[in-house]
Every structure is written in C-alpha cells, then in structure tokens.
Ligand binder design. Structure first.
Ligand code: CIR
Length: 254
C-alpha cells in the first residue's frame, strides 16, 4: 500500500517563517485543514504515517523539505533556513527503517520543495534555499539511481514547486515569470491563471488524481479540461506560511 508520511502542525505554527510581513497563520484552522488533507490522502488509498510535531520548529508541518525519496534511496536534506535544520532528525529516523539514507552535507543546502521528479529527470530549483553544492550532492545520488538532474533557477518564489507543479506524468502548471520555461523541455506547460497568481498549488497522487488549492478554480479547470480528476482542498493557513499542497507530505508509492 502506498504511504504518505506527514507531520503534525506545531502549536507554534503562527511563528512559521513567512516571506512577507502580514497575516500570521491561524494554528487551529491550520490543524483542521491538515486533518482534511490527511483524509483526502486516506481517501486516495494512502496509508498515513504521522510524525509528532515539535514546538521548537514552527515549520515542521512542511515535511517535504526534509527528505526526498529517489529510487531506492532517501536523501536527507540540509534545509536552507538554518532554523529548520532540526526538523530532519525525526524524519530520518522513520525513513531509515525503509531506505538507505544519503544526507546532504555542509556547505550544501537543499529543500525538498525544490525537487520535482518527472519520469527519469529530477528538476531541482536553484533558489533562496537550495545552493549549488546541494544540487551537486543531489546529482550524485540521482546519477547512481540512473536518473539525471536539471537545475532550474527560481525567482520571485520560495521553491521550484511554489511555481512549477506536476499535474500529470509529463505536464506541469507554471506561474509565468518565475523560471526559464525552456529548461522544462519535453513537458507540457500550462500557465497559472493570472487572476490566481501564486494561489495555485497541486499534489499529483499515485492514482493520477490531483489535489488542487480551492482558491484557484480557473487553473483547476484547465487541468480538469485535460481529463484529469481534480480534488479541491482549502489550505489557506498553509498558504499563509508560504506552503502549498506538496509540502505537507512525503509520498512513498510502492
Ligand atoms: C518556510 O519558509 O520554510 C516555510 N514557511 C514554508 C515552506 C514550504 N515548503 C514547501 O512548499 N515545500
């Protein structure tokens, strides 16, 4: 059975890192939204494995950033935000029961939100959080698994998957102006509706269905028009802390 590894929302989530001063996320509502996200994954056939939250790490719900499964290996990241580095230990403890671990070492930094695996290519964002050393270390592991890496500089947003979201095996939704789209060769590219700029996020499930953010219905319709089943979900509080739908889980599809 496929497994989704999740991490509870910390009671300190209202102190999560945010890129722009403004509204802080509401912890209780974030917890409700996180429960509904877990229910959606259960409904899609995933076994849910939840790691306890850690109040010392307000951003710990964003478990995607701490580890990446590539082939038979779990890469344990070294998050670009130093205050998030303590999040990786409990995730590594769970993953090492199933995978050999490959930790990213200093001076490398790598956030899972920058890593997008499509077929045999691993696209990695060069971003505020992921540096060249992190990308080179990732490329070494990826190469040993028989895949290749394409680095994609990212501007305006936090991570590659803040702005480039897989919605099918070879199709992505891109926020215009955030990446050089010629680097996404061979992929079908749809553009986020300009009325919904930075609101669209998606999580492609093993079944092919796609969870989409409820506040981006025009973009969701573009995907539905491709014949893909979309499941809208409201994650306003997660988005208030710069997260999206990929960031709250690590999916293990075997
Ligand atoms: C951060 O700034 O690190 C968090 N507030 C948001 C991380 C979102 N991660 C993701 O989308 N993979």
């Amino acid at each position: 059975m496929p497994t989704a590894l999740l991490r509870q929302v910390a009671s300190t989530f209202d102190r999560a890192i945010v890129s722009e001063a403004g509204r802080r996320p509401d912890v209780d509502l974030a917890r409700e939204q996180h429960d509904r996200y877990a229910q959606a994954l259960t409904g899609a056939g995933y076994d849910i494995d939840v790691i306890a939250d850690d109040d010392a790490h307000p951003d710990c719900v964003f478990i995607e950033d701490t580890a990446i499964i590539i082939g038979s290996t779990a890469i344990i990241t070294r998050p670009g935000a130093s205050e998030r580095r303590g999040e990786v230990g409990p995730v590594a403890d769970v993953l090492e029961t199933r995978f050999p671990l490959a930790p990213i070492e200093a001076p490398g930094t790598l956030d899972g939100g920058d890593v997008m695996v499509l077929d045999r290519t691993v696209f990695v964002g060069r971003s505020k959080r992921t540096n060249d050393s992190g990308i080179a270390q990732l490329a070494e592991v990826v190469g040993s698994e028989g895949l290749t890496v394409t680095a994609v500089p990212v501007q305006e947003v936090l991570h590659l998957k803040s702005a480039v979201l897989p919605v099918a095996d070879a199709a992505v939704v891109v926020t215009p102006g955030t990446v050089d789209e010629s680097l996404l060769s061979d992929l079908r590219i749809l553009h986020e509706s300009q009325h919904e700029r930075h609101r669209f996020s998606a999580l492609k499930l093993g079944s092919g269905d796609v969870l989409v953010t409820a506040n981006a219905p025009e973009t969701a319709r573009m995907i539905a028009d491709l014949g893909i089943a979309v499941i809208p979900i409201d994650v306003s509080e997660i988005q208030a802390a710069d997260g999206g739908l990929t960031c709250m889980s690590i999916l293990i599809e075997n």
